[in-house]
Design a protein around this ligand. Structure first.
Ligand code: NDP
Ligand code: AKG
Length: 491
């Protein structure tokens, strides 16, 4: 798609409460801008407050009784319809996503396709079993488990997957009979509004999904503290995740957090180096490195270090940077000025702390890059394990190369982090692969595959501080979004 073909109309997007599109009580809006050109406004979104959250929670609570009484098969029909609505608007919504957060149009389109598949997966979930028959010690009794919804679920999402993450939380929440108060990242609230339009078009009963846009500190906080929100599902930074967890625990609400990563890739001396390079580039730099599953640390065996480095450098030099709507762009801008500043801070830290900057490291500001939040893909070497760039999540296109002599050394260093989301190894040796599977501390373990890119039908989540030890997606979602009832019947 060429930049001139853009379809997103600049308009004001409203909150969605009790089945109606409404202004926030503040009467204030925020601009959503294009990170490829900060002068371009993608739309205006409501800057809501606690009063709006209260109205949304009231609507969700009211809607919940009838919604949970509907059969899950019927609930699934709404999700199938929403999937069809999203499919009809695939290009338009993908284009909005690219303009709002910068990822390339093919990546955005892939994400919308993923959103459609998730909706269909959870629509089907309405026909799958929700319990087990368990033998009772009383031969005349029937004992079984069933699942019931939690009530009203608060959904707080980030800007990096503005379609997939909201859908992989909202779809399971509602198929299992919960109702939702959704607060998307303000950065990508136009894209979020379009998802909610699809749910509205699908005829979802009023109050089942409500959307309130606004600042995290105001709207997100009001959700975390609201006594009638029974559970909160969150994806974002560790800092915010932990405050949400504390607030949820304080009032006895259930919570689920998906947070950061510092994901390692190990390249052993028997690896297919071309495959390892391609996966490191894709896993580390696609979406401008803004994935919780992005590759960040690359541990390379000393026997192949130089060859891997040369191949990596020559591949990274081919990366085309630009507006994500241009056909030839491989990497778009950072999603926001704040994110760009964060990435530049880490690059400066890497240099100050003595790592060797091999490639990149600069903001791009000339010509077509003038008004955007562009940074070069960046590679460091001579990175020691205690350096900031080896320890903290950067969330940008920055790779740290670290030379190792053995698999054991690589595993020890790879595990030396508070995070444990995703990890990859490149090797042809099955023994090494098995050691990696056993020893690596990560929720997603990948052999000869990049660290990013998850499948919607499989459990997703991390170990250590990457998550609240729960899992999202696939059938794992039922564990968070429902409660078990153990039933014993006797005549
Ligand atoms: N695991 C992941 O996938 C993600 C990780 N991150 C990490 O977090 C860093 C910062 O990104 P950022 O966007 O600031 O992430 P945040 O954690 O601030 O944002 C995630 C969501 O939480 C909301 N939020 C913010 N503050 C609060 C609060 N006090 N109470 C409740 N909700 C709140 C945000 O609202 P709003 O933004 O509208 O104010 C947004 O909807 C990144 O550099 C990256 O390291 C970020 C995004 C995704
Ligand atoms: O790797 C992926 O596809 C998912 C990443 C993700 O969930 C995230 O960055 O928040």
């Amino acid at each position: 798609m060429a930049v001139s073909e853009v379809k997103t109309k600049k308009q004001t997007y409203l909150n969605y409460i009790d089945g109606k599109w409404v202004h926030s009580s503040t009467k204030k809006v925020d601009k959503s801008i294009n990170p490829a050109n900060k002068n371009e406004i993608v739309g205006y979104v409501q800057q809501s407050n606690e009063e709006d959250v209260n109205k949304a929670v009231e609507a969700a609570k009211k809607a919940q009784v009838n919604w949970r009484r509907l059969s899950s098969v019927k609930r699934g029909e709404y999700l199938y319809k929403a999937a069809s609505e999203l499919e009809k608007r695939m290009d338009e919504i993908a284009e909005t996503m690219t303009r709002e957060m910068g990822k390339t149009f093919p990546e955005s389109k892939g994400e919308v396709q993923r959103g459609i598949a998730i909706l269909r997966y959870y629509a089907g979930e309405g026909m799958r079993k929700i319990g087990d028959v368990i033998p009772s010690s009383d031969s005349e009794a029937l004992m079984f488990t069933t699942r019931v919804p939690l009530g009203v679920v608060g959904v707080i999402t980030p800007w990096n997957f503005p379609v997939a993450i909201p859908i992989w939380k909202i779809a399971p929440a509602i198929i299992y009979g919960n109702t939702v108060v959704f607060k998307p990242a303000q950065e990508t609230a136009v894209t979020a509004a379009k998802i909610v339009e699809c749910l509205d078009q699908a005829g979802l009963p009023a109050g089942v999904v409500n959307m309130v846009t606004g600042r995290g500190l105001v709207v997100g906080n009001a959700i975390a503290e609201h006594p009638d929100i029974n559970a909160i599902t969150f994806t974002g930074s560790n800092e915010v995740g932990k405050t949400i967890a504390q607030k949820a625990v304080a009032r006895g609400a259930k919570y689920q957090l998906e947070m950061g990563g510092k994901n390692p890739v190990i390249v052993l001396d028997d690896a297919d180096l071309d495959q390892a390079v391609e996966a490191t580039v894709s896993g580390g730099l696609r979406s401008t490195g803004q994935k919780c599953t992005a590759t960040s640390r690359v541990f390379v065996h000393s026997n192949v270090y130089d060859e891997f480095k040369e191949k990596l450098l020559s591949r990274v030099k081919q990366i085309t940077i630009g507006n994500g709507l241009n056909n030839d762009t491989w990497m778009g801008p950072c999603a926001s000025e704040k994110q760009l500043e964060t990435v530049l801070y880490y690059i400066r830290k890497g240099i100050e702390e003595g790592a060797t900057l091999l490639y990149g490291g600069n903001r791009l500001e000339d010509g077509e890059f003038k008004n955007g939040f562009y940074v070069q893909p960046t590679i460091f070497e001579n990175v020691s394990p205690n350096m900031t760039i080896a320890r903290e999540e950067i969330f940008g296109p920055v790779l740290a190369l670290i030379k190792v002599d053995t698999l054991e050394e690589a595993l020890n260093l790879a595990n030396d982090t508070p995070f444990g989301l995703s990890a990859s190894i490149f090797t042809k040796n099955i023994g090494n692969a098995l050691s990696f599977i056993n020893e690596i501390e990560a929720g997603l373990v990948r052999i000869n595959e990049e660290s990013a890119g998850v499948e919607l039908q499989a459990p997703f989540g991390g170990m250590k501080q990457s998550s609240s030890h729960s899992r999202e997606q696939g059938r794992a979602a039922i564990e968070f979004f429902t409660s078990i009832k153990t039933v014993l019947i006797k005549s």
